[in-house]
Design a protein around this ligand. Sequence first.
Ligand SMILES: Cc1cc2nc3c(=O)[nH]c(=O)nc-3n(C[C@H](O)[C@H](O)[C@H](O)COP(=O)(O)OP(=O)(O)OC[C@H]3O[C@@H](n4cnc5c(N)ncnc54)[C@H](O)[C@@H]3O)c2cc1C
Length: 377
Amino acid sequence: MTIARRPDAVQLHPIAEESLDVLIIGAGISGIGAAYYLQKELPQKSFAIVEPRGALGGTWDLFRYPGSRSDSDLYTFGYEFKPWKSDKAIANAQSILNYLQDTARPYGVDRKIRYHHKVLNASWSSEGARWTVKIERADSGVRKIVSCRWNFCASGYCDYEDGFSPRFEGAETFRGTIVHPQKWPEGLDYAGRNVVIIGSGATAVTLAPAMAETAAHVALLQRTHSCVMSVPSQDRLANFLKRMLSEERAHALIRRKNAARQYGFWKFCRTFPRTARRLIRAATRKQLPAGYPVDIHQPTVRPLGSASLRRPGRRPLQGAAGGAGLHRHQQDRPFRGRWRTARLGSDAAGPAPRMSAMASLFLNALPSVASGPRLDS
Ligand SMILES: Cc1cc2nc3c(=O)[nH]c(=O)nc-3n(C[C@H](O)[C@H](O)[C@H](O)COP(=O)(O)OP(=O)(O)OC[C@H]3O[C@@H](n4cnc5c(N)ncnc54)[C@H](O)[C@@H]3O)c2cc1C
């Protein structure tokens, strides 16, 4: 793994060396989970977690936009060893962050985290069978080298410093506010404003109903339709099992149930995509007002392909607006980044948008990977 080095970083201090069995990069849900299992299964191994930010939680600490939440249920998204206690199976970012903190603390994982430590690069030596990892302290610029036998890269898949922002021609002269959900300004007041959300992925689908609560008008500008299915945020069977069984047994059972259900539904969609599409359409239609033109928003992608989303609540996206207007606009041709396209569409008539939220997240795929020699040898 090589991470670009800041060209202007000044080396003020001598490079210190440290030797560990394992270095876990990143204190998000993956890094914390890895640390838990590592100290449980191989308690004799030395390890540390390095994290450039001043807090654990990764995604769930970083994204602060309105409505930020999971779209997986927390029984399967959470850890097997740590029961999810809330009644809401699909949870908001703060509840997930609390869950991660409540996991890291009692198991002592938090004491293994070295905050403000950013990995700059890592190189493998076959002769020594070790990784050499260069780390910089984000607060002081001090650098050190950690040598380890196993390098567990749990650094997520997004660029924490700069989420991807496409260039929109004319954005410089746009009179409103442009916001990226990864850097949501604290206390941003959009009440009574006209909003265009660019993108139709999970972030956009989460953001739109939350902003529609107070905005004057919210338009969701999409290039490609995604499959959006409404699911209840509370799992009634799960809540029943939690009342009947111990926390651990209920969690294990619900986790299996949900994993089997997800797998079954995925398999069904892959095997019978047309039937799945018809079922999703029928379910959506049932939730919309009579005569709503459902088909103009029908996705062309396969259900449960790369562009399928779930949102909690019984009401479909269109109906989630409360008193405010919430509309989806389709742009059929590839989006060429002309800013004014955000105002196309009959529903967008009226004053020019004064504020826009940009929900286009194109994330680099860098899966969490573990590599190196066998540790138990
Ligand atoms: C709003 C939102 C909702 C989501 N909902 C879901 C969902 O419902 N289900 C699902 O499966 N996925 C969801 N995802 C994807 C989600 O990010 C992952 O599933 C999961 O949280 C990733 O956890 P992680 O620990 O692998 O990475 P992250 O949470 O991204 O954590 C990575 C950590 O690595 C650190 N790091 C990065 N670079 C370095 C470096 N150079 N040196 C040291 N440390 C570094 C970061 O600071 C961070 O703390 C969602 C994402 C977003 C943004």
